[in-house]
Write a protein that binds this ligand. Structure first.
Ligand code: ADP
Length: 213
């Protein structure tokens, strides 16, 4: 499958993407994960992205398009991909469309994960992430077995730098201003699927049904 996952921070794009990869071997491509890895490694890309990320602002489109143009041409994408956190702006969506045309790839759909704002705020403030493998936990609903230690890789499980209340509120504003317009963009392209994303299991079921039908 070749899908775009749209939705506010905390809507569950990463969780749903991980569940979908298990179905048919499509790869999850998370621009947030790619950027966090670059920051951790201290690469040139990481240095350029770090301050934007910490404040909860978007990284410039040129940087993101450079990463994605390369990433989408790697061999593992041939089986399908789940774009998690990309595109995030209308220019990114337009450039992605041109890139897909150039590579002769057809997207199946753009899934819009809809979750009420209260649920989003609660999820983001209680979310914890493994710095080693990116696994996602929640202090209330799904804590690691040992506090602060990843069940899967033993890495340290922490609150992300951009998950302070101030950065979260900025990320939600940035989402409404820059990313929410993509819903209409993909509706016009005839690719949009709106889903209620309060339960990630239900989201996966709905996507499977739509792909099969
Ligand atoms: P979330 O979806 O939970 O907000 P991500 O992990 O997708 O978080 O992204 C974290 C940060 O990385 C964003 O706040 C932004 O600074 C940067 N980022 C990720 N993807 C993009 C993108 N496509 N365009 C611009 N910035 C991005």
């Amino acid at each position: 499958m070749k899908l775009i996952l749209l939705g506010a921070p905390g809507a569950g794009k990463g969780t749903v993407a991980k569940m979908l990869t298990a179905i048919d071997g499509s790869v999850q491509i998370s621009t947030g994960d790619i950027l966090r890895a670059a920051v951790k490694e201290g690469t040139e890309l990481g240095k350029q992205a770090e301050a934007y990320m910490k404040a909860g602002d978007l990284v410039p489109d040129e940087l993101i398009m450079g990463i994605m143009e390369q990433r989408l041409q790697e061999p593992d994408c041939a089986n399908g991909f789940l774009l998690d956190g990309f595109p995030r702006t209308i220019p990114q969506a337009e450039q992605l469309k041109a890139l897909m045309d150039k590579l002769g790839i057809k997207l199946d759909m753009a899934v819009n994960l809809e979750v009420p704002r209260e649920v989003i705020l609660d999820r983001l403030t209680t979310r914890r992430t493994c710095t080693g493998c990116g696994a996602i936990y929640n202090v209330k609903s799904a804590p690691p077995k040992v506090e602060g230690v990843c069940d899967k890789c033993g890495g340290s499980v922490v609150q992300r730098d951009d998950e302070t209340e101030e950065a979260i509120s900025n990320r939600l504003d940035v989402y409404n201003e820059k990313t929410a317009p993509l819903v209409e963009f993909y509706r016009n392209e005839g690719l949009l699927l709106d889903v209620n994303a309060t339960s990630s299991d239900e989201v996966v079921k709905t996507i499977k049904a739509r792909l099969a039908g």
